[in-house]
Design a protein around this ligand. Structure first.
Ligand code: CFN
Ligand code: HCA
Length: 535
């Protein structure tokens, strides 16, 4: 039983740690709760896999904005980390027949040293900004602070104002010191709040068509964003901006003029969708382009939202064509993968999305968890009509959403309610990890190194999907580990074609003869032979 396995791992803890961790590790079914404690501080001393606030702000959300000069104010290691380890892919746009600015290959930093910590680093920051503007003339400068900056109190916001006054170049500061909050998630918020405040809504370029969207929470890992854009374009849907994979300041500033927001990674961005709805009246729809069924459903939901019969027919044609093109390979990979089992542990939304792709291949998930997700990512986010005695109850009754007080509630205005009914698609809604998981599986929030090793020992999945920190420990123990953060530099995995690349990589990993060499020869047969006693 899953709860027994859970106990077997957690019982090794002291009473205090046990009490904490049991709220974060849930066995599905068997009368267990389908609520979880999440987004709390990791226990000091435990080896968590989480990253920091700076990683979430600079590394994840801002890093991919290709035409922004992003200056990291802090010691060089932090700048290198967010530049070198996150795999930002982008093409430089064309502007007036020439290649427009793209700074992704550069790493701008103040490289703070001890004297800057002692005497203050603002002078050095101003110097770095002056150099960047002199050399590159960027349209926008983004300043990100790392831990020491917050500790010594450099005022990066004042420096941003100074930049605008001195050079007339737009500049935004992000106080994303690594120690803030409990994980990367705080950094997503800091980045996104500034985007809403200073960038979104500042452009005036209207979309060219009546079916235009922004792609929110798509960071173009392994080229996923490109694949999704290709699919949307094939269907005749215009992509105004992408937040932020392969994205640009040039496009983000016009994003408020798009007709609909599509949300891929809800964890890092759902609140931007929410704020854009409040501020600009743009509806948002949760999509997921990881998985064959999920991709088809997402395209259909978009068609349904716009409600145009021609668009819907085109979407059906594209789905049929994309599926026909992969059927043979899909069948082959399915035949190799059916019946296998997997464990997944990544940051905030992929551990759920990839379960759906695995299902397409007949692979079962026995354990899944998030590093830094919030409760809604596990428990789901339901749209609950704001039922007031004076509200239009006739409309409310026909909304097909089960109100459940346990789940996250979203109260809608009358206008939003009407729109929801009119569109017939589940707006402002996403399913949490709990609902898709089978009885007997285990959910782990903020899984640590000890639990990773222990759970893998008892559950024995065929593959563990995770990140760089635990990949090699897993593989040295004889179990395949594929990185879901970086796709082990393969990809794209999104969409229909991407699913096949994923299937191929997984089959390759599982069936490689390398696994037969995991046990050293002397563990199987004695390697020293001789006789005792000198006979
Ligand atoms: S690209 Fe995204 S999909 S943004 Fe987020 S929650 Fe990280 S960097 Mo690593 S791969 Fe991961 Fe998600 Fe959203 Fe990436 S699962 S941990 S902060 N993530
Ligand atoms: C981060 C970035 C990361 C790390 C990946 C990993 C990414 O959290 O700072 O641990 O393998 O995707 O690059 O999530």
């Amino acid at each position: 039983m899953a709860s027994d396995l859970r106990e077997k791992v957690l019982e090794k803890y002291s009473a205090r740690v046990y009490k904490n961790r049991k709220e974060h590790v849930i066995a599905i079914g068997e009368g267990n709760p389908d609520t979880i404690t999440a987004n709390t501080r990791a226990i000091p001393g435990i080896i968590t896999q989480r990253g920091c606030c700076y990683a979430g702000c600079k590394g994840v959300v801002l890093g991919p904005i290709k035409d922004a000069a992003i200056i990291v104010h802090g010691p060089i290691g932090c700048a290198f980390y967010a530049w070198g380890t996150r795999r930002h892919k982008a093409f430089a746009d064309e502007k007036d027949g020439e290649k427009a600015d793209c700074y992704l290959e550069y790493c701008f930093s103040t490289d703070m040293q001890e004297p800057d910590i002692v005497f203050g680093g603002e002078k050095k920051l101003k110097q770095a900004i002056t150099e960047v503007i002199d050399i590159f003339h960027p349209a926008i400068v983004l300043i990100c602070s790392t831990c020491p900056v917050g500790l010594i109190g450099d005022d990066i916001h004042a420096v941003a104002k100074w930049t605008e006054a001195e050079f007339g170049t737009k500049a935004i500061a992000f106080s994303c010191e690594g120690y803030k909050g409990v994980s990367q998630s705080a950094g997503h918020h800091i980045a996104n709040n500034q985007l809403i405040r200073y960038i979104i809504g500042t452009g005036d370029k209207e979309p060219k068509t009546q079916y235009s969207v922004n792609l929110l929470g798509e960071y173009n890992i392994g080229g996923d964003g490109w694949e999704v854009e290709r699919l949307l374009k094939r269907c005749g849907i215009e992509v105004v901006s992408v937040f932020t994979g392969g994205g640009s300041y040039r496009d983000l500033k016009n994003s408020h003029l798009a007709h609909l927001n599509l949300v891929q990674c809800h964890r890092s961005i759902n609140y931007v969708a929410e704020m854009m709805q409040d501020k600009y009246g743009i509806d948002w729809l949760k999509v997921n382009f990881v998985g064959i069924e999920s991709s088809a459903k997402s395209l259909r939901d978009i068609g349904e939202y716009f409600g145009d019969e021609e668009l819907k027919a085109r979407i059906e044609e594209v789905i049929a064509d994309e599926i026909a093109a992969i059927t043979d390979e899909l069948d082959y990979y399915k035949s190799k993968l059916k019946g296998k089992s997997a464990a997944l542990y990544v940051g905030g939304s992929r551990s759920h999305h990839y379960q759906l792709l695995l299902k397409d291949f007949g692979v079962r998930t026995v354990l899944a968890g998030y590093e830094f997700a919030h409760r809604d990512d596990y428990e789901g986010r339901e749209v609950i009509p704001d039922i007031k005695p004076d509200a239009d109850s006739k409309n409310i009754e026909s909304i097909e959403v089960e109100p459940d007080p346990k789940y996250y509630k979203v109260l809608l205005t009358q206008e939003q309610k009407e729109k929801l009914l009119e569109k017939g698609v589940a707006l402002n809604y996403y399913e949490g990890m709990f609902k898709g998981m089978e009885e007997g599986a285990i959910i782990t929030d903020d899984l640590n190194h000890f639990e990773t090793e222990e759970f893998l020992k008892v559950l024995k999945p065929d593959v563990f999907f995770s990140g760089i920190k635990d990949k090699f420990v897993t593989q040295k123990n004889g179990m395949l580990s594929r990185q879901l953060h970086s796709y082990d530099y393969s990809g794209p995995y999104a969409g229909f074609r991407g699913a096949i690349t994923f299937g191929h990589d997984l089959v390759m990993g599982l069936y490689t003869p390398a696994w037969s060499y995991i046990r050293a020869p002397w563990q199987k047969v004695p390697s020293i032979q001789g006789t005792l006693g000198g006979e």
